[in-house]
Design a protein around this ligand. Structure first.
Ligand code: EPZ
Length: 441
């Protein structure tokens, strides 16, 4: 396994281009199962989760080709063998997003067997809302040996449009909305999804499906109206920038009090995060490049930070609220603010694995259920720490960039699931970060 060794205290400078979004790419890739024609996706990031999804689609009769040498790295997925309908545990257990193939398989092939994803480091992560939504479209669903077994109704094995409410105790469900949306586009008649997830990744999925011939109204809003069509065509689509990677690099600049430029930056998708960061003293300014008008979806921004970080109160919420996927990174930043901050996690109340590791670096944190009080300290101190989940690991890298001395972060394979070659990006900005083999430490 790999580890990072980070010597903190170096200011960052330069320009970084944000990659395509992981969490948009995974359901987009699964949507290729909905058509017999090839679907080409540009800007899919080079990450282990994406490679696992490619492997999963391979077992489901898809041929995939990646033109790695081209700048947008086009990935073409062609579902050529519709006889395969089982997503095996060996792959789904490596990546919860494997559940994304359930809706497309059921809609296009009339049946699916998908291993039930287990919990993970950030919580239990049930899929009851996914199943509720698919049942509302007529699917018969049972559990067998840890697998979800779903069959579309009737002799023709076609789903039937229905009215679905997807709100749960923590709001809507992102991948649940993706599954039901993909199922509804080929169902007979009209489907209405109430309390649909409004995340930009769902709007991007709706964009691809519309390009393939689907009839969808309300993309990006909590009410989706879908008129089923008989078949979908292929498409050529560019994935949206990764708002979480973008927000992470804003926090990297902020925690080191550096001025950097970020390209392919999704300003509008980060409204709540930029608002909270602004209250801390971080200024993210969209800029025009080559005389072009400012682009708030894929434009460039500069990041600058005040000398003193101010404390804030934050609640994570479904989009357009502050994203849970930036909570750990923000916490690292607030460890160095001048006063007491509070973060309350409303999506995954146990997503605090980074707290114990930040304590090892001298942070002053008190957890009380789903909330953490962060008493700002003048400095963090380098220490050996353990990466536990993807975003917790990103939070630790940020803390290490600002810490006095050396931090060793073990198990960085968690980071490799969501950040493309993070150490190279940070090195290009002037950080002192090295990837080493844990056994060589
Ligand atoms: C997506 O997970 C993201 N993953 C997560 O990103 C992200 O943290 C999460 O949305 C919330 O924004 C991908 O897109 C691949 P949910 P998802 O269903 O869709 C509850 C990262 O770091 N719920 O929106 O699985 C659930 O327990 C990852 O990149 C139910 O109760 O999350 C949670 O409290 C981690 N029943 C809330 O809803 C269900 O059937 C939101 O979960 C489904 C979810």
């Amino acid at each position: 396994m790999d580890a990072f060794i980070i010597k903190g205290g170096r200011p960052l400078h330069g320009t970084v281009r944000v990659h395509g979004s992981k969490n948009a790419s995974l359901p987009l890739m699964a949507a290729a199962l909905l058509t017999d024609s090839p679907v080409t996706l540009h800007d899919v990031p080079d990450l282990s989760d994406i490679r696992n999804m490619t492997r999963l689609l391979g077992t489901l009769g898809c041929e995939t080709s990646l033109k790695d040498a081209e700048p947008s790295r086009p990935l073409t997925i062609h579902a050529t063998d519709p006889s395969q309908t089982a997503a095996p545990y060996e792959i789904v257990k490596t990546m919860r997003a494997g559940i994304c193939v359930l809706g497309p398989l059921l809609a296009k092939r009339g049946k699916a067997r998908v291993s039930m994803p287990g919990g993970c480091a950030i919580g239990d992560r049930p899929v009851d809302l996914h199943l509720r939504g698919l049942r509302a479209l007529g699917a018969e669903i049972t559990l067998d040996a840890g697998d979800i077994v779903a069959v579309a109704p009737g002799k023709d094995q076609k789903l039937i449009g229905g009215h679905v409410f997807l709100g749960g105790p923590s709001g809507s469900t992102v991948l649940g909305t993706a599954n039901v949306l993909c199922a509804a586009v080929l169902a007979k008649g009209q489907t209405v999804i109430e309390s649909a997830a409004c995340e930009p990744e769902i709007a991007d999925l709706a964009d691809l499906l519309t390009q393939m011939g689907a009839q969808i109204q309300g993309a990006g809003s909590p009410r989706l109206i879908i008129d089923g069509v008989d078949q979908l065509s292929g498409a050529d689509h560019r994935v949206i920038p990764d708002r979480i990677e973008a927000g992470t690099y804003v926090c990297a600049a902020a925690i080191t009090h550096s001025t950097i430029t970020l390209e392919n930056f999704p300003t509008d998708a980060l409204g709540a995060a930029l608002d909270r960061l602004n209250a801390v003293g971080v200024e993210v300014t969209p800029i025009s490049t080559d005389g072009q008008p400012i682009d708030r979806h894929r434009g460039s921004v500069t990041v600058k930070t005040d000398d003193t970080l101010k404390p804030i109160q934050v609640f994570t919420q479904p989009h357009p609220g502050f994203p849970t996927d930036l909570q750990a990174q923000l916490m690292s930043l607030l460890c160095l603010a001048d006063g007491n901050s509070t973060i309350t996690e409303k999506i995954f109340p146990d997503r605090f694995l980074h707290v114990a590791e930040l304590l090892r670096m001298g942070a002053n944190l008190t957890r009380n259920g789903p909330s953490v009080v962060i008493t700002g300290a003048p400095k963090l101190i380098g220490a050996p720490v353990m990466a536990s989940d993807l975003r917790a690991s990103a939070g630790l890298v940020l803390a290490a960039l600002a810490a006095k001395g050396t931090t060793t972060i073990n198990r960085v394979y968690h980071l490799d699931r969501g950040y493309e070659r993070m150490e190279l990006t940070l090195q290009s900005l002037g950080a002192d970060i090295q990837r080493v083999k844990e056994e060589n430490l």
